[in-house]
Design a protein around this ligand. Structure first.
Ligand SMILES: [Zn+2]
Ligand SMILES: [Zn+2]
Length: 211
């Protein structure tokens, strides 16, 4: 994390970083941790808290729906915690809309938790969508934790695109053969959202000359 002594009162922006399986989201978040100041507050991924905390992960449709509702509510409350921290940017590792892409069976996530897609889209100032690479363009098959096949990953990524697309400020970052190009684009998009008071300490990303 770069040091920053900004004492301004920030008008907080809430920004979503999303992407299907294999999109490189975790790696990009790690770069964000290194290259931005403490006023860019990163939230943990709600699904990791829910399932990592022991919420049952069973395959039955009602259980999967319950899991998505739990993730939705944890995400909402994570955002409440971050809102109390004078952040310039609250960076969400997925937003409340993401769960719709993983919803199976009857009804839909939003009516199931008493909201609408439109209301959830309004929670966020902008969206950075890291697209999942196609099977022949760098999808990583070697990660044993990744149960989705490349085809399933592409389906989820398309569903994410569909649910977020009505948002007025969606920035898509296409998959590239060279991951650093993709990461640099994502970091540049985030940098543009950081207010000038918190940009003084921002350094050039060391591989920027490759752009
Ligand atoms: Zn600032
Ligand atoms: Zn700062």
């Amino acid at each position: 994390m770069i040091s920053c002594d900004c004492a301004a009162n920030h008008a907080r922006k809430r920004i979503v970083l999303t992407g299907g399986p294999g999109s490189g989201k975790t790696a990009v978040l790690e770069l964000i941790r290194i290259f931005f100041c403490r006023h860019v507050v990163r939230l943990r991924e709600a699904a990791g808290i829910v399932f990592g905390g022991g919420f049952p992960r069973s395959a039955e449709v009602p259980a999967r729906q319950a899991g998505q509702r739990a993730i939705f509510h944890v995400q909402r409350e994570l955002e409440c915690v971050a809102d109390a921290q004078n952040a310039a940017v609250v960076l969400c590792d997925r937003g409340t809309v993401d769960g719709a892409a993983y919803w199976l069976g009857e009804s839909d996530l939003f009516s199931s938790v008493g909201t609408t897609l439109e209301a959830e889209l309004r929670r966020y100032d902008s969206v950075i969508h890291l697209r999942t690479p196609s099977a022949d363009n760098g999808y990583d098959h070697t990660n044993p934790l990744r149960t989705e096949t490349a085809r399933e990953a592409a389906v989820i990524d398309e569903r994410l695109k569909r649910f977020w697309s009505p948002h007025p400020r969606v920035h898509e970052v296409p998959a590239t053969q060279d991951f650093l190009t993709k990461a640099t684009r994502a970091l540049a998009l985030l940098r543009a959202e950081v207010p000038t008071c918190c940009r003084t300490g921002l350094v050039d990303f060391p591989w920027n000359h490759q752009m």
